[in-house]
Every structure is written in structure tokens, then in C-alpha cells.
Design a binder for this molecule. Structure first.
Ligand SMILES: NC(=O)c1ccc[n+]([C@@H]2O[C@H](COP(=O)([O-])OP(=O)(O)OC[C@H]3O[C@@H](n4cnc5c(N)ncnc54)[C@H](O)[C@@H]3O)[C@@H](O)[C@H]2O)c1
Length: 369
């Protein structure tokens, strides 16, 4: 450096100093603050699933114990006061991970910058209402929320539709948010998946964590097909097929399927309210699997856009077995489908195709005023 003029020496020293300062500041802010917060939207947040779900998210059940969260809560005007109450309780819970709560009835404000959107809000079927009337209310909700998400959510926002009819609401969201990749739009069938795991675990008296690879095919409705043909249980003698351990095809092909299909109705009968705790838990499982991946050799069930796998009409949102890796799901390929399963898989696909037709006829009616 002896021959370098003084001014240049000063310049080099200044640049090095500035760079060191920037690096030290970055390390310091990383150590001090850890991860950047993730913005999670919950629609219908003043409802019963919302009330069970938001504390789970704020406690790290969905995204892990070291992930700061900013919750965006959306509901409609008549529920605004209740929504404010939920926000107050979140503040009063002093969740260490919770860095902010946006509680609003403005869909645009709710969607701004969100990384994950859990769509729980919707119009429920009330006594005496026609199916078409309920579908019509929900298609208009999901059409409007699709464009709000498309324009205001963060790039690569992951969307999970919970509100019923979940598959068709997700389909409408997909059709009216064409710039959101299809891969980012899913619907919840993890609750049905968990119900199927629970039934097998109860029947065999084994911990539910040892039951793997049940499948929910199709619609989140009573036509869904809970399939145990590929399911296994981890035993002290290694992995065994569920069919072999239960050894009762009659129970598996009739009662088990009906129990899982009708579980929602059984809970309403018992609680006089629909399932909320288990639905919220399943929504957390769904997102956690999607973001962090499924363990090697296991799959989960998700309502995703069909690519024609297993002969299911492309474009329908249909529940398939999926594995997740690096934040992306893929449909498990190559499973053997017997005649019994084929029939049940087609039956639920047929219902979804009919729902799609009904949703489009509602949209047409709305367009014609
Ligand atoms: N996919 C599944 O596995 C599954 C399981 C259980 C329930 N569900 C469905 O989840 C939905 C919510 O269930 P819940 O028990 O919480 O119902 P809920 O009636 O208690 O709550 C629904 C909330 O959505 C709000 N809402 C209505 N329209 C809205 C809109 N346009 N934008 C934002 N919010 C809106 C309501 O004001 C209400 O607070 C229902 O459609 C239910 O059928 C799905």
C-alpha cells in the first residue's frame, strides 16, 4: 500500500469499514429478532373454527415454536364486534410469537401481504335452504376473495380453503385468481384423514401416531372415500397392513367408511355444534405438512387441483394422497386401485363435477342479474 495515494487508502478503509458495519448490523439484527414474521390470514375468524384456530397459530402449532406471526383476521360487518373481542383475547394471551393482529371487515386490508391464507369464512346452509342458494352465496364470496388475494397477497401465498363446500369454493377461488399458481390453492381433507386414522387407532388399540397412509379420495362431503388399502401400522414386529391386522373386510368396507363419512354429522348431534377443535387442528396439520414436508414414506390427504391422475377429471379440486417437499405437494403416483375403490373414487368425482356445474350456473345467474 506504500505507493497508493493517501486519498485512495482512505477510500479503501472507508468502504471496508462500511461493509463491516453492514455485516455486523445484519448479524446483530438476526440474533436479536430471529426470523421475519409470517403473515397468516384467517377468514371467518369470529366463528367457532376461527376461535379455536387463531390461538393454535399464535402458539406456533402451525408454523413452529420459533416463527413469529402477524395474524390477519377477517369477518363480515355483523361479526365485527365479536372479531374485536377475539383480537382483545389474543392481546391478553401475550403469545410470545405474536407480533401483530390486523382485525378487519375490509377484505383488501385483510389480504395485504399475507403469506398464508386460511379461508374459513363462508355462508352456512341453514334449515330449509336450497343447495343452489347456499352455493350461490359461497360462489360470490369466493369470487370476490379470489381477486383480493390475487391483487394483495404476497407472491407465492399458500391458500387453504376450509369453508364448505370446501372443494368447490377452492375451485372458484382458483378460477377467479388465474395468476395465483394452481399449486398454491388447496382445500382441507386432513380432518377426514385424521378421522380415518383415529378410527383405525381405536379399533386396533394402538397409538394414532403409528397408523400411516390412509387416504381420503374426492370431496369433503359424505361421498368422500376413506381408503385403507395402502394403510399400515407400525408394530413391534415391523410395519403391517391395516387390512391384515384388522382382518375384517366387512367392517373396513362398510362401517369404517360410513363412520368417517358421517363423523361431522355425529359431532353436530353430540355437541349441537359442528366440529371446530378438530377442524382447527387439521388446518394446522395441513399447512405444517405443506410447508415443512411429509416424513419419508408417508403421505397425507389434500384437496388439490387434479392433473388427471387416477383418471380424475383435470381441473377439479379433488382429495388425493400427497407427499410434500420444499413447500410443494405432489400426488402419490402408482397406487393400485381395485374395482371397489374405483367405483367409490368415481362416485365422489361425479359429485364434484355436479357441484362445479351448479357453481357455474349460479355465476351465470349472478352475471344476468
Ligand atoms: N373442510 C373441513 O374439514 C371443515 C370442517 C368443519 C367445518 N368446515 C366448514 O368451515 C366453515 C366455518 O365453520 P365454523 O363452524 O367456524 O362456522 P361459523 O358459522 O361459526 O363461522 C363462520 C364465520 O364466517 C364468517 N363469514 C361469513 N361470510 C364471510 C365472508 N364473506 N368473509 C369473511 N367471513 C365470513 C361468519 O360471520 C362467521 O363468523 C363452515 O363452512 C363449515 O361447514 C369445514
Amino acid at each position: 500500500m506504500e505507493n497508493v495515494p493517501l486519498l485512495e487508502k482512505i477510500g479503501v478503509v472507508t468502504v471496508c469499514g462500511a461493509l463491516s458495519y453492514i455485516i455486523v448490523r445484519h448479524i446483530w439484527s438476526f440474533l436479536k429478532m430471529g426470523k421475519e414474521p409470517i403473515r397468516v390470514l384467517v377468514t371467518g375468524a369470529a366463528g367457532q373454527i376461527g376461535y379455536a384456530l387463531v390461538p393454535m397459530i399464535a402458539r406456533g402449532v402451525m408454523l413452529g415454536p420459533d416463527q413469529p406471526i402477524i395474524l390477519h383476521l377477517l369477518d363480515i360487518e355483523p361479526a365485527a364486534e365479536a372479531l374485536e373481542g377475539v383480537k382483545m383475547e389474543l392481546i391478553d394471551s401475550a403469545f410470545p410469537l405474536l407480533e401483530g393482529v390486523v382485525a378487519t371487515t375490509d377484505v383488501i386490508k385483510a389480504c395485504e401481504g399475507v403469506d398464508i391464507a386460511i379461508m374459513v369464512g363462508g355462508f352456512p346452509r341453514k334449515e330449509g335452504m336450497e343447495r343452489k342458494e347456499v352455493m350461490s352465496k359461497n360462489t360470490s364470496i369466493y369470487k370476490a376473495q379470489a381477486s383480493a388475494l390475487e391483487q394483495h397477497a404476497a407472491e407465492n401465498c399458500k391458500i387453504l380453503v376450509v369453508a364448505n363446500p370446501a372443494n368447490t369454493n377452492a375451485l372458484i377461488l382458483k378460477e377467479f385468481a388465474p395468476s395465483i399458481p394452481e399449486k398454491n390453492i388447496t382445500c382441507l381433507t386432513q380432518l377426514d384423514h385424521n378421522r380415518a386414522l383415529g378410527q383405525i387407532s381405536e379399533r386396533l388399540n394402538v397409538p394414532v401416531r403409528d397408523v400411516k397412509n390412509v387416504i381420503i379420495w374426492g370431496n369433503h362431503s359424505s361421498t368422500q372415500y376413506p381408503d385403507v388399502n395402502h394403510a399400515t401400522v407400525i408394530t413391534s414386529n415391523g410395519k403391517k397392513p391395516v387390512r391384515e391386522l384388522i382382518a375384517d373386510d366387512y367392517w373396513l368396507n362398510s362401517q369404517f367408511i360410513a363412520t368417517v363419512q358421517q363423523r361431522g354429522a355425529a359431532i353436530i348431534k353430540a355437541r349441537k355444534l359442528s366440529s371446530a377443535l378438530s377442524a382447527a387442528g387439521a388446518a394446522c396439520d395441513h399447512i405444517r405438512n405443506w410447508v415443512f414436508g411429509t416424513p419419508k414414506g408417508t403421505w397425507v390427504s389434500m384437496g388439490v387441483c387434479s392433473d388427471g391422475s387416477y383418471g380424475i377429471q383435470p381441473g377439479l379440486i379433488y382429495s388425493f394422497p400427497v407427499t410434500c417437499q420444499n413447500g410443494e405437494w405432489s400426488i402419490v403416483q402408482g397406487l393400485k386401485i381395485n374395482e371397489f375403490s374405483r367405483e367409490k373414487m368415481d362416485e365422489t368425482a361425479k359429485e364434484l363435477a355436479e357441484e362445479k356445474e351448479l357453481a357455474y350456473s349460479c355465476l351465470k345467474d349472478q352475471a344476468n342479474g
